[in-house]
Design a binder for this molecule. Structure first.
Ligand code: ADP
Length: 220
């Protein structure tokens, strides 16, 4: 299958989320067509993005004229105006855009977007809230849910796993988590193996189901 990761992207809605996304994509060398119905916001982005247009994305003809059907990927970054968000997503489906991402402001909104045909639904505020809760909650330095129930977590190793080779620690059987990599003090991260022995001051990245990594991260 062709690698489409650098294909141009159309971003619809230049609020806080959409404009950060469009600028970051452009910064990383991806061609972006950014659309918003407010001329003022379009003007303010014009110097920073190559292709910006003022248009109402609930107007099928306007989307056609902007060449949206030629795009492989599109992001609907309209949040608060539910009607516009849902209608825009359904028009992108009608125009047969292959990879549609849509931002939702609630789980219910997300469910509707999925039903309408969005391929990926993002809940930025909800996801960030969850992430910050984990970061605030004690020993976790970083937390990333890579799938609905699977997470990568950066923590200090619990006391009982210090000084024992990972292969002999029973960690995977007891807690269901895997140590992916280790970083010693003033060192860089390296892959962890059965022979890796953890030390005080190390930082590790573990992978596992959400409840299992949480349980492991709570060990003293
Ligand atoms: P955020 O919370 O990320 O700031 P908002 O939902 O507040 O997101 O912003 C969405 C953006 O989408 C606004 O800039 C708004 O002008 C734009 N927008 C809303 N409806 C349409 C539409 N029908 N066509 C194009 N742009 C729209």
């Amino acid at each position: 299958m062709a690698d489409r990761r650098n294909d141009p992207v159309v971003v619809i809605g230049l609020g806080r989320f959409g404009s950060s996304l469009a600028l970051e994509l452009a910064h990383r060398g991806t061609e972006v067509l950014a659309i918003d119905s407010r001329p003022k916001i379009v003007q303010s982005m014009a110097g920073r993005l190559t292709h910006v247009a003022t248009a109402d994305s609930t107007d099928l003809e306007a989307l056609r004229q902007l060449g949206v059907p030629d795009f492989y990927r599109a992001v609907v970054a309209i949040g608060t105006d539910l009607e516009a968000s849902i209608l825009t997503t359904s028009l992108l489906v009608e125009l047969e855009v292959d990879d549609i991402w849509a931002k939702a402001v609630s789980r219910e909104h997300g469910r509707i977007l999925q039903r309408v045909g969005a391929h990926h639904v993002i809940l930025p505020e909800h996801d960030m809230g969850e992430r910050v809760a984990h970061l605030l909650n004690g020993r976790i330095f970083d937390y990333m849910e890579v799938d609905q129930n699977y997470a990568l977590v950066k923590i200090r190793p619990p006391r009982e796993y210090i000084g024992v080779p990972l292969g002999e620690s029973n960690l995977r059987r007891k807690y269901g988590v895997t140590v992916v990599c280790v970083k010693g003090q003033d060192e860089e991260f390296t892959y962890a193996g059965a022979e890796t022995v953890l030390a005080y001051g190390d930082v590790i990245v573990i992978a596992g189901k959400v409840d299992q990594v949480e349980r492991f991260a709570e060990l003293p």
